[in-house]
Design a protein around this ligand. Sequence first.
Ligand code: SF4
Ligand code: SF4
Ligand code: SF4
Length: 205
Amino acid sequence: MSDTNRREFLQRTGQAACAVALGSTAIVLGRRACAGDSWAIAPNKCINIRLGVTGADKVCEACATSCVLPLSAVRAVNEHSLCGRCCICPAYFDVRSSMGPDGLPTKKVCPRDAIKRTVIGDVDANDPLNNFYEYTIDEELCNGCGRCVMECKDPAGLGSIRLEVRYDRCLHCNQCTIATHCPEDAYTRVGPQPRPAIALEGEAG
Ligand code: SF4
Ligand code: SF4
Ligand code: SF4
């Protein structure tokens, strides 16, 4: 059964109350019905986060495609204190694409344009390579596909981007469908985590 069909199946049958997640009211009910343990990603097991595994051809997108939510509860997070703030960030630019007239790669890594790039510090307007940049993930757009995480590693990156489960979005299913699809057993059950009341009541999904 394809991932899409499986999600539809779960929603049709009500096998998992977590799957009833298409409106704000349903989200709240779903969270209450699925008040199980939380899930977390083990960085030393995840293909995308783990050091020593590189290359876009190896990326695992199961966190994006297997969650019962229409937009996965997993997000990429950039730890700014670890980020090199490079001009040609390999997680932002597709460094395999051709160079444009400005000396920058013409394509980006993120298929959802969820990474925002902002020049910081003293700005040299004439030389982009002479500046530093802050890379921030837009959580409304990111679906946790992990492509940027895979690229933000040695030899080109510093490993500042990782994947995290957003507990205020997650339905805390008793049997997480990402965990059942994870090829590395990296999606692990952890104890109950705090869930912000404001997000539970105000989120539209
Ligand atoms: S995880 Fe995927 S969707 Fe999210 S910022 Fe990275 S490349 Fe974009
Ligand atoms: S428990 Fe897993 S499948 Fe359920 S909402 Fe959270 S991440 Fe998605
Ligand atoms: S499914 Fe497992 S290996 Fe794949 S991105 Fe998620 S945690 Fe990593």
